[in-house]
Design a protein around this ligand. Structure first.
Ligand SMILES: Nc1ncnc2c1ncn2[C@@H]1O[C@H](COP(=O)(O)OP(=O)(O)OP(=O)(O)O)[C@@H](O)[C@H]1O
Length: 615
């Protein structure tokens, strides 16, 4: 057996370590293919700084900044660096807020100018546009932005939460925080603050980092190249959000280092060969498998677009994969990761659509819902569900812990008279009994009934955004607090969401926490799984951005966004990969993927709607 080629890319890490010298910093750009170990390189880069400059950074009160794409990635890097305080890891939104938070006077003036501009743009569009829904939306926006502008001086301190809803007078939106940070970074004083606090800034997944903010950071680096190193990690072939900067890396300054990586440590040989084929026409980067990599197995399953029982068809695909790979884990419910393009496809397959669809229709709820941080749902996933689970299991310790922090019944006694404790505990017992009564004999109550019950017993405090719905059900006349139309839309959506049965909360939570078999094509960026099933269904996903029918069924017509997303999903597989495509013309798919050399004839299975397999 040939010796292991694991050290093929070690030069890249050595070059990066050399760049990260506080006395002679050099910026660098490490863009390498899937599974090439960029996260590992990022962690090793930080460890090299820890080893050489910990003391110097601590004494001067400076920190290395790292920007990750998700909170999960942030947690992982913090853990791998043992939560070292000289390294500040944050998402782009919290990084931006750390830069601008507290600069209230400047923020106010920026908002004054920006709101005036936005109102003027909306008025121009309104003057040109026709009556209809778009016009109604514009009018609502003009009214609410005008109100915000008029009351701007009342805000003393602006607020922002990278994961919250950011509602109310003082709150800034996610977009505003990024725009403000970008514009403030044009000011020499702001640049000085950034460079003074963070001599090194590393950005992971920078192909998807907000383009204007990235450009602002390039400008900071150009102005402070002797005191500041910017290090970018990423892969342009994995750019999947429109926010990212097009052509990143094409116009790099001369003095930037460009370390290279060629190995793919994650995927089996057959998957790497497919990745090289997919990537070939885009940038011709070729990856090499590890010497010890397994051969692996790839199959393309082509089904008619009219297939009625898609869940059944996908189960048949899993069974076929188990057979072909002799890997029984394909049979297990969570043995493979199944990637769908649109959250609703998972909601349908996992049965939590009634909970999901109403909230997903509201723009302001989308991000929170996707991430599991939306307060109206979080109340059920993080407070009610664990309480019901703990009570069912008779786990008094867990019940006590859950209620101690969030039950108004217990808060009363904490504030004042200790002699109230027995009465408070009796009230808690009663309230718990009432709540559990809803679930008796296997009942699955609607969320609104659970909410009303808890509101009535005061077992838990109800988040502000759920109160109008909860109140209206109890006393309709008390619900009218805020009459803005945007609020009406939100409240109506919450009302509909509350009609969903409670069991959907558990399934939704499993999904957003990554415990379910399903995830989205975009959501698995950066992750890896032994067995991956990529489900491609243009009709069901209903969007315009991606077309797998064109990618697989017709030569050369696919857009690059679909090609890149396909590369991302295929490159998650560590052992075996099943590609499932629903097509209007299965034979055209077969012909095309053989002609372009992506698959061998024996790797393609054309399935009948009845779920029989004929190759
Ligand atoms: N030098 C190495 N030796 C052994 N395994 C490695 C090495 N570098 C990375 N790996 C492993 O390879 C896999 C891929 O690494 P990593 O996730 O860092 O790649 P990546 O470049 O960030 O991938 P992607 O861009 O696809 O998200 C991981 O399982 C990691 O543990």
């Amino acid at each position: 057996m040939a010796s292991d080629n694991i050290d093929l890319d070690s030069g890249a890490d050595e070059l990066i370590a050399k760049c990260l010298d506080l006395d002679a910093p050099q910026s660098f750009f490490l863009f390498a293919g899937a599974g090439s170990g960029k996260t590992g390189s990022l962690v090793r880069a930080l460890k090299s700084v820890q080893a050489r400059f910990s003391r110097e950074l601590r004494l001067s009160g400076r920190r290395v900044a790292v920007i990750t794409y998700t909170n999960k990635a942030r947690d992982e890097i913090e853990r791998r660096l043992e939560f070292d305080p000289i390294i500040q890891v944050s998402t782009i939104h919290s990084f931006a807020w750390q830069l601008i938070g507290g600069l209230d006077r400047d923020i106010r003036e920026w908002l004054r100018g920006n709101l005036a501009l936005e109102i003027a743009d909306l008025r121009t569009a309104e003057a040109k546009g026709r009556a209809g829904k778009a016009s109604e939306t514009r009018k609502v926006k003009i009214a609410s932005k005008t109100r915000r502008l008029e009351r701007l001086d009342e805000v003393r301190r602006f607020t922002y939460s990278p994961t919250g809803e950011n509602r109310g007078q003082a709150a800034l939106s996610h977009t505003e925080v990024l725009k403000i940070a970008t514009e403030f970074l044009a000011k020499p004083a702001m640049r000085q603050i950034l460079v003074g606090e963070h001599p090194i800034l590393l950005i992971d997944e920078s192909q998807d980092t907000n383009g204007p903010l990235l450009d602002a950071l390039f400008a900071v680096q150009a102005a402070h190249r002797d005191a500041f190193a910017l290090g970018l990690f990423g892969d342009m072939m994995q750019r999947i959000y429109s926010d990212g900067r097009k052509g990143l890396g094409e116009d790099l300054p001369e003095d930037w280092a460009k370390p290279k990586k060629q190995l793919n440590h994650r995927c089996p040989k057959r998957v790497i060969a497919l990745l090289n084929k997919i990537r070939g026409p885009v940038d011709a980067q070729v990856q090499t498998p590890r010497t010890r990599a397994v051969e692996g197995l790839v199959r393309l399953f082509v089904l008619p677009a009219t297939t009625a029982d898609k869940a059944g068809a996908e189960a048949a695909v899993a069974a076929c994969m188990a057979e072909l790979t002799k890997d029984s884990a394909w049979h297990e419910a969570s043995g493979s990761k199944r990637l769908i393009l649109e959250h609703k496809m998972a909601a349908r397959r996992l049965d939590f659509l009634e909970l999901y669809a109403p909230l997903y229709a509201v723009d302001g709820f989308k991000t929170g819902l996707r991430e599991g941080s939306l307060p109206v749902v979080r109340f059920f996933t993080h407070e009610v569900a664990p309480l019901v689970r703990a009570q069912r299991a008779d786990d008094r310790f867990a019940v006590g812990r859950l209620l101690r922090d969030s039950s108004p019944l217990l808060a009363l006694t904490q504030d004042g008279d200790a002699t109230d404790m027995p009465a408070a505990l009796a009230a808690v017992r009663n309230a718990l009994g009432e709540l559990m009564g809803l679930f008796e004999s296997g009942a699955d109550p609607a969320l609104v009934n659970v909410l009303r019950n808890i509101m009535g017993s005061r077992l838990l405090s109800i988040p502000e955004s759920l109160q109008p719905s909860a109140l209206r059900k109890i006393a309709p006349e008390a619900a009218h607090g805020n009459d803005e139309e945007a609020d009406d839309e939100r409240t109506a959506a919450i009302d509909r969401f509350l009609e969903a049965p409670f069991s959907q909360v558990i399934r939704y939570d499993d999904y957003v926490s990554g415990r379910a078999a399903f995830d989205t094509h975009q959501g698995v960026k950066g992750l890896e799984f032994p067995r991956v099933m990529v489900i491609m269904d243009d009709l069901e996903s209903g969007g315009f951005t991606f077309s797998y029918e064109k990618l697989l069924g017709s030569k050369g017509e696919a857009n690059e966004a679909t090609q890149r997303l396909f590369y991302v999903t295929c490159s998650r597989a560590e052992e075996s990969l099943a590609l499932v495509t629903y097509s209007a013309d299965p034979e055209a798919v077969r012909r095309n993927v053989i002609a372009n050399g992506w698959f061998e004839p024996h790797e393609i299975e054309v399935m009948e709607p009845s779920v029989g397999i004929s190759s």
